[in-house]
Design a protein around this ligand. Sequence first.
Ligand SMILES: Cc1cc2nc3c(=O)[nH]c(=O)nc-3n(C[C@H](O)[C@H](O)[C@H](O)COP(=O)(O)OP(=O)(O)OC[C@H]3O[C@@H](n4cnc5c(N)ncnc54)[C@H](O)[C@@H]3O)c2cc1C
Length: 516
Amino acid sequence: MSGSRMKPRFAVFIPAFRHNPAYRNTMHFEGTKEMLEPTEIRREQGFILEPARKIPIVRDVDVLVCGGGPAGVGAALGAARTGAKTMLIERNAFLGGAATAVIMNTWNVPISHMTGVAREITLKLAERSGAVIAGPTVPFDPEALKELSVDLLKQAGVEILNYTWVVDPIMEGRRIRGAVIQNKSGRQAILARAVVDATGDADIAAAAGAEYVMGREKDHKMRPVSVLFRMGGVDVRRAVEYCRSCPAENFTADRNFHILDLDKGLVRMSGFFDIADKARAAGELPEEIHYIRFEGVDVKRGIVTVNNSRVYGVDGTNAWDITRADIEARLQNRKLYAVIKKYIPGFENAFVVDSSANIGVRETRRARGSQLLSEEDILANRTYPDSVAKVWRHHAAGRDWHSPDGSEGSAQNLVYRTLQTDLNWFEMPWAIFVPNNVEGLAVAGRVLSVTHEADMWTRGQYCCLVTGQVAGTAAALAALRNSSPRALDVSTLQRALVAQGVDIGEARKNLVAEVA
Ligand SMILES: Cc1cc2nc3c(=O)[nH]c(=O)nc-3n(C[C@H](O)[C@H](O)[C@H](O)COP(=O)(O)OP(=O)(O)OC[C@H]3O[C@@H](n4cnc5c(N)ncnc54)[C@H](O)[C@@H]3O)c2cc1C
């Protein structure tokens, strides 16, 4: 079938939903696809030419949120609560992103320093016995978060569509007008007045032509990827007693990473450097594993999350790479499991509860906006007239413990062993949410315009929830004004965020002054 274009072999007219309301609710269409042209196979040139085809428009919304991780959930809540007709598309069967699909269930911020929907979610999780809010970090139950996310989004009137990939932006010149989605029902179009890219990988922003950077600026290397698993049947009390009986240097020095507060139900164990070194020397652990870390600890039920497999040199936007890495990480986990059971008291009867549904990708694309947040900005506690969030995080200057260069936690790489984090704050200017080159788009979560080093501060799930709320609220305000996020009057956005309980930092004083 190579060579010149052929005439259509068949064409079946499928009406768009606005002409046939039945499609609107069911999104179900029958029979043969409407193909306007046949596929052209150009084997010798190494590609095929896809035929043009009509795609039904199944929704027309104010705000389309792409991705249902912490940023997407925050964005959908921010948009819907601002009064926008909001839809959220998620490729998985459930919401939560890395918090649920990777079972990465610890937020590194105390409840006292949380703000906006992130604070609301944490408090509601605690009410449902789904989080422990007694200390510097907040372990939570991923299943409780899945349920709560749906409850909150439904209450806010967000339409959720799971099991669906957002595959292409719909563009009118430089302006994004929605997205093409793909799922069991086929390929469909969603029109939107504003779009939030919360895919973690800037899938939509990149496809729309937004400027972005992949990985670390100097060499485009990315942080390691991991598959996590949870162990049940753990005698946490016994494990804690063992930790207490060991020399301090066997564990990370950081009081936020190594917490043995049984009475508060707050335990996070990190280090076991001696065991890891011994097991590695005996060939029982892979070369990449230099320490063992249990977090998201559910003291009562004896469940811990093991966050230790590390695969380097992986591009998280390349399906071949992540498949290879996923398989490798799971092989690492089998070894970890055996070593943990063999050497760590309290784990003798432990078993695997589950493992990450998705591989945990820490870093891929970051958008570039008119401003770039750097670690220097963060360390200087810079304030901004267009600040839209003041965020707190346990971290320390230059302490990149997930370096793309490897040897995380090893005796040669002391960052993780000697780490001492403090609770620091930083402000986030609105300009880092708006990527260059595309109109009608805001980004949130991992996708913000920040440097590789600053990403160590902004990538935490708590921060992603907050930045999601900012982007969603902004997208809603823009959509409702028939404007673009870039053109938004920042003080309008700031007021809306303050009304939603978000701490915007110093800029709030200007708002108060203006009102007075
Ligand atoms: C292994 C690991 C350990 C971590 N440890 C911690 C920690 O201890 N504490 C902490 O706070 N943070 C931690 N992080 C960081 C944090 O989890 C992420 O940075 C954060 O989840 C990013 O949020 P996000 O919403 O931007 O992206 P994600 O959480 O990645 O969510 C993106 C969502 O979009 C969906 N999606 C992606 N592409 C598409 C598409 N094209 N169409 C439809 N849906 C799509 C995904 O399925 C996912 O649900 C860790 C991350 C990893 C990977």
